[in-house]
Every structure is written in structure tokens, then in C-alpha cells.
Design a protein around this ligand. Structure first.
Ligand code: MG
Length: 380
């Protein structure tokens, strides 16, 4: 039995993690989880999984739930996230919260020697050097949940980093892949939220439409696999069947394929290095699909991806600024305060206003993160 703590239980990845746990209840037990403000869902999860510790965002919700479920321990706020992350009984932390709020709990869980299944992109983007140093120091496993990184992780089983020629991250192109920049001027939130292949949360779906999602994934891949940015390519592949590839020096390419279903990489992270059946997973039928399509990535069309490469190469606090500016800009777009293309304008302004600090400490990262948020908020 593996005991699991889950941050962000009511998000898209969180709910699919619960599906996997439920399906393999002989293998996995949920012992702790966090939610934001979705208290109805928290109640359902408590009733269904009988966890020992639950964290919510707000104190009044905490007070209320404590009375309703006297046999469960409750906590709240950002400290609550960390309590769930380091919960004594848990072997594996699934970190599926959105945003750089996921960083601190990840670092604490690494120190507590938990296996980390990481779905929170911002952790590695904003503080990749600190996270990877801690992973080495404490000898824990950091398993990617994102489909692209899971694909690369799978392709690298039994391989050595020194033999890698390049990583090829595939990108579906998001909701606006067939539109020109001119056509992007007046796109709506509803259009941005209609992703053609993947069912995901709002933030990541907007990030997919702007291609920032792929930019964050490039930076994550750099840290997860210790690969230079010049060895990471992005390829447009609209069917999302090949989830990513690794090319080796001898010109061989190993790819991981499957129908787009996030439960597959989630389950792989939980069962690694083993595998289990997955009920309801649609098996890939290549004869039925017939054709797969690929296209070169245009960095002028998708400027957010260009910004991500630039910020990643500069390093230091630059990726922190990239991420924080993006979080504020996407939230402003979702609130209807700015247009879609203004997301990238705001990120560009934040990046050019910032002088990167190399090898930043956690305190410096948190300070830069806060300053960037204020700067972009003022522009909004
Ligand atoms: Mg992805």
C-alpha cells in the first residue's frame, strides 16, 4: 500500500488523481489533501476517501468543517498546504496546485523525504535550481506528472543523459493554433477555454492557447532532465498522440504514445517503476487514426514560448518573473480586464524591466515573485 497526500484535490489533475486512487484502492490510500474554496467537493472527498488530514484555504471553512467531521484533522492557509505536503503517514506527495504557491510545500516535502509526483509546473520554473539541489541532497524521487515530461521520463528508462542529442516536446497548439496573430486581437475567454484535445483547468488551458504552457514545460524539462535549452525543441503536433520524444546521438528517437488521457501519466507517477491496468483508458489504434501531423514551431507567432526560452537561458530570477507576470496576466484575462494578446505584452514588459539575479535564494525568489506581481498588477 502506498499512502498519498494530494495538494489541489479539486483541480483537474487532483480529481483525476482521485480517480486513479479509487480505481486501485488495494494499492493506494489517500491520507491527506488540500482544497481551495470548493468545500462541497471537500466534503465528498472526505466521505469517499476517509483521509486523516484536510487543508482548506480559508479559516471560516476550516472552523465549519472541523465541527462537521470531528474525526478528521483540519488545517488551513499556506501553512496548511505544507502540513499536507509533509504529512507523516504519506509516502508520495502529488502536488497539483496551480501557481508558485506550490513551491514551498514541494521543498518541505523533499526535506521530509517524500516521493514527489509533480504536476505543479511553477515549482520548477520559478526555483528549479533549489528544487533539484534539494532532490539530490535528500535522495528523493521527483516524478513528472505532466504528459510531456512523463513521456520523456518513460523514454529515458535505462538510458543515460550523456547520450541525449535533444528532447522534443510536442505541443498541440492549444485553442488558437490555426489563427493568425491578427485573428487573436479579439478572441474571447470562452474561445480560449475550448482546448481541442485535453480537458484541463482554466489557467493551463489559457497557457496552452498562448503557448506559455509549452514555455513553462521547456524550463521544467531543462531542470528535470539536466539538459541545456539549445537541446530542447518544441514541435507542433495537433493530435496529441506522441506525448514527447528523446533523440539520441546515434539518431534513434524514442517516443511515448497514447490517446490523450491525463490519468495515464498520473498513474505512472504513482506506480513507478511498476505499471497497472487503467480502466476506461482508450487504447491507441494507429490504423484508425491513419495520419499524424507535425509542424515547425513559429516563435514570432507564439511569443510567449520565445520569452520562456529567453528567460530560461538568462536564468537566475528571470524565469520567476516570467512565471509571476504570466500568472497575474492570465488572471486578469480571465477576469476580463485585459485582452488575450495583452497577456504577452505584460510579460514582455515585466521581463524587460527586470535585472536578473543569479543563483537566487528562496527569499530572493519570493521577493522577486511578489514585486513582479505588484508591477504587473499596476500595469493591468
Ligand atoms: Mg503538458
Amino acid at each position: 500500500m502506498k499512502y498519498i497526500s494530494l495538494l489541489g484535490a479539486t483541480g483537474s489533475i487532483g480529481m483525476q488523481t482521485l480517480d486513479v486512487i479509487k480505481e486501485h484502492s488495494n494499492e493506494f490510500t489517500l491520507v491527506a489533501f488540500s482544497v481551495g474554496r470548493n468545500i462541497d467537493s471537500a466534503r465528498e472527498i472526505i466521505n469517499q476517501f476517509s483521509p486523516q488530514l484536510v487543508s482548506v484555504q480559508e479559516k471560516p471553512d476550516y472552523e465549519m468543517l472541523k465541527l462537521e467531521f470531528p474525526h478528521v484533522a483540519f488545517t488551513y492557509g499556506n501553512d496548511g498546504l505544507t502540513e499536507v505536503a509533509v504529512f507523516e503517514k504519506a509516502d508520495i506527495l502529488v502536488n497539483a496546485v496551480i501557481g508558485s504557491v506550490g513551491l514551498l510545500p514541494t521543498l518541505q516535502a523533499i526535506e521530509a523525504k517524500k516521493t514527489i509526483a509533480i504536476a505543479n509546473k511553477e515549482t520548477l520554473v520559478t526555483a528549479g535550481h533549489l528544487v533539484m539541489d534539494a532532490v539530490k541532497k535528500h535522495g528523493v524521487a521527483l516524478l513528472p506528472v505532466d504528459s510531456e515530461h512523463s513521456a520523456i521520463y518513460q523514454a529515458l528508462q535505462g538510458e543515460q543523459t550523456k547520450n541525449i542529442e535533444r528532447l522534443i516536446l510536442t505541443a498541440s497548439g492549444g485553442s488558437f493554433r490555426d489563427r493568425t496573430r491578427e485573428e487573436l486581437e479579439h478572441v474571447t475567454l470562452k474561445e480560449a477555454l475550448a482546448h481541442p484535445n485535453w480537458a484541463m483547468g482554466a489557467k493551463i488551458t489559457i497557457d496552452s492557447a498562448s503557448m506559455m504552457n509549452k514555455g513553462l514545460e521547456v524550463i521544467e524539462a531543462h531542470w528535470l532532465f539536466s539538459i541545456g535549452y539549445e537541446q530542447i525543441d518544441v514541435l507542433l503536433h495537433k493530435e496529441s498522440i506522441i506525448h514527447s520524444m528523446v533523440e539520441f546521438h546515434d539518431s534513434s528517437i524514442i517516443a511515448q504514445l497514447g490517446t490523450p488521457d491525463m490519468r495515464v501519466p498520473i498513474q505512472y507517477a504513482l506506480t513507478y517503476p511498476d505499471r497497472l491496468p487503467l480502466g476506461g483508458a482508450k487504447r491507441l489504434n494507429l490504423a484508425e487514426i491513419g495520419k499524424l501531423h507535425f509542424k515547425e514551431m513559429d516563435l514570432e507567432r507564439f511569443r510567449c514560448l520565445k520569452f520562456a526560452y529567453e528567460a530560461g537561458k538568462i536564468g537566475g530570477t528571470m524565469p520567476t518573473v516570467l512565471n509571476a507576470a504570466n500568472e497575474v496576466a492570465v488572471a486578469a484575462f480571465i477576469e476580463g480586464q485585459i485582452t488575450f494578446l495583452q497577456i504577452e505584452d505584460l510579460i514582455e514588459k515585466a521581463l524587460s524591466a527586470h535585472q536578473s539575479i543569479s543563483n537566487p535564494s528562496l527569499a530572493t525568489i519570493q521577493e522577486v515573485d511578489k514585486e513582479t506581481r505588484q508591477f504587473v498588477q499596476t500595469l493591468v
